[in-house]
Design a protein. Structure first.
Length: 459
């Protein structure tokens, strides 16, 4: 917000090449606020402002920028400046940056790294995509269990400045395997002569470098940690993952699920940065599928053309009936999909889910049926509907509403579980897809009920 307010003033100063007032203006700003300011500026001004930043906040500000802004600034820099930025970045943020670049650009960027940083970058990029190994950083503090607290504190003073976090100190054995994690407060509050093993309880949680990032999100949520150690297949400590990186993963996953629930293929970039051709590409596939599916509804209505010709009044209530089924199905699909993503239920809970949704759907259907019946009855009482056999029509609509809502709730709740069982993303059972599927069967249910209640009268 502050960046948008000051953007005209900053741009004018940059245009005048009057940079001293800018330094004074942003002197007390945090890296996060500076990143917001840079993103508000025109492309040509971003690199200029970045060069104005104090060296001690330049790298941290760069890490807060969106990937597109980072790429734009990198393009405006010389090789030496790029090398300095890339070498000073934290390994996990640098990995995230490299992941967004084309392979040939990443290869070029790797050549700018020192031998030590290149080895770190290569190792992290060597882990599978979307694995914990891509999230972790090797900047952590580890101590041995036979050290004294004094030795630990001396080690922290010497090497702590380069670590990602000092909240937790990790304990390893002679093979480098993780054997415990101890909060920093334990070292600060105990006598210096005590040994590390005096503070150990061997009760710790760790992640595997090959775990999926979504699993890491669940572990962080369950144990409420700020950081977690990462081990290899032999239990050797190789890095840590911090909560800020996991929050980014959680946001990306939630965004992707929401987009899929809206029948949109997940966007690679933000909405603002997605081009119109890319937006069309992401949306046209599902729209085409839903259009073809929707044509089945028209076909279903065509099957009952003879009934419609005899009782045209039935067409008045088609939108009412099928919309109720689609809406109930969309509700159930959204709730079950979210519960799956949060780990509240699994596919083994299908029976309890079906039982709950059956009762819920039945009650909801009855409530809507009562509303629908009295709506028709009130219109007849006020002499506004002028319907022949209004009672039979009201019974047809009400009964159909119970059946359609019950069916919609069943489909909406079971489809995500079926897709999960088959190995697909449950979010692809999007609300529009469920709605279209229920529409077709809703027509059949509606006209079946009408045939039963109106036989011998209008039909």
């Amino acid at each position: 917000m502050i960046g948008k307010i000051l953007q005209p003033e900053i741009s004018e100063l940059i245009e005048q090449r009057n940079l001293s007032p800018i330094r004074e203006l942003i002197d007390e700003w945090t890296p996060a606020d500076l990143a917001d300011l840079i993103s508000c500026l025109p492309d040509n001004d971003r690199a200029v402002l970045f060069r104005v930043l104090p060296k001690d906040v330049e790298i941290e500000t760069f890490e807060y920028l969106d990937t597109d802004d980072q790429i734009g600034i990198i393009k405006a820099m010389g090789r030496e400046e790029v090398s300095n930025v890339l070498n000073e970045m934290s390994p996990d943020d640098r990995t995230a940056f490299f992941e967004e670049l084309p392979a040939h650009i990443t290869k070029q960027m790797m050549s700018y790294l020192s031998n030590e940083e290149r080895a770190v970058a290569s190792r992290l990029l060597g882990y599978p995509e979307n694995s914990v190994g891509r999230l972790m950083t090797p900047d952590y503090l580890a101590v041995e269990e036979d050290w004294s607290i004094k030795e630990v504190l001396d080690h922290i003073r010497e090497y702590g400045e380069d670590t990602e976090t000092l909240n937790t100190i990790y304990v390893i054995n002679e093979k480098g395997q993780l054997v415990d994690d101890i909060r920093i407060r334990e070292f600060l509050l105990n006598p210096l002569h005590k040994k590390v093993y005096d503070l150990m309880d061997s009760n710790f949680i760790s992640l595997s470098a090959f775990d999926d990032q979504e699993e890491a999100v669940e572990v962080f949520k369950k144990y409420d940690k700020l950081s977690l150690p990462v081990v290899d297949s032999a239990g050797v400590l190789i890095g840590i993952v911090t909560v800020d990186d996991v929050l980014d993963v959680a946001e990306e996953e939630a965004t992707e699920d929401i987009q899929k629930l809206g029948a949109v293929s997940a966007l690679e970039d933000s909405y603002v940065d997605t081009s119109i051709p890319q937006m069309i590409k992401k949306r046209v596939g599902w729209l085409a599928v839903l259009f073809i599916s929707g044509s089945l509804t028209a076909s279903a209505i065509g099957i009952f053309e003879a009934e419609l010709q005899k009782a045209l009044v039935l067409s008045l209530f088609i939108p009412l009936v099928i919309a109720s089924g689609g809406n109930s199905g969309s509700q159930a699909a959204t709730l079950v999909t979210r519960a799956l993503s949060l780990g509240e239920i699994t596919i083994h809970d299908w029976w309890s889910v079906m039982r709950k949704e059956f009762i819920t759907g039945l009650v909801l259907g009855v409530i809507l049926a009562i509303i629908g019946f009295f709506r028709i009855a009130i219109l007849e009482f006020l002499d506004m509907s002028q319907l022949d056999y209004w009672f039979q029509i009201a019974l047809s609509v009400s009964t159909a509403l119970v059946g359609v809502v019950l069916w919609g709730t069943f489909v909406g709740s079971m489809l995500p579980l079926v897709l999960k069982r088959l190995g697909f993303d449950p979010a692809t059972s999007s609300a529009p897809f469920v709605s279209t599927l229920v529409d077709v069967t809703g027509i059949i249910i509606y006209f079946t009920c009408a045939a039963i209640f109106l036989r011998g009268t209008l039909l």
